[in-house]
Design a protein. Sequence first.
Length: 128
Amino acid sequence: MKSIIAVFAFLFISIAGFAQDKAKWAELETFHGVMGQTFHPSEEGNLTPIKTHSGELVEKAKKLAASTPPAAYNRADIKAALKELVAGTEKMDKDVKQKKSDAELTKQISTVHDAFHKIAGLCKKGDE
């Protein structure tokens, strides 16, 4: 009987260890919030959020890049992707200030969105 209880206790502890939530990165979640508010309307042709929040995206991207990631995400590939994200948001903000065409802005928000999803994918890979 004691051995059965010991086996169940071991299994419970093992399962609990594997069931832990993935690492949380507050700055990544904050950036994702602003990204969603700007990118999704652009899919429907509404570029107003990009034009009004491009500076905020730069600020949040820089804060994300300067933040300390969870240990599982503190890798060279994620750091390189963060640099791409910052560069992309800076270019988009510059394009907004230069009143580039809607086609250019749509292209650039897609580039920034892709850079964000690259980071998110690398983080997901780190959680496995």
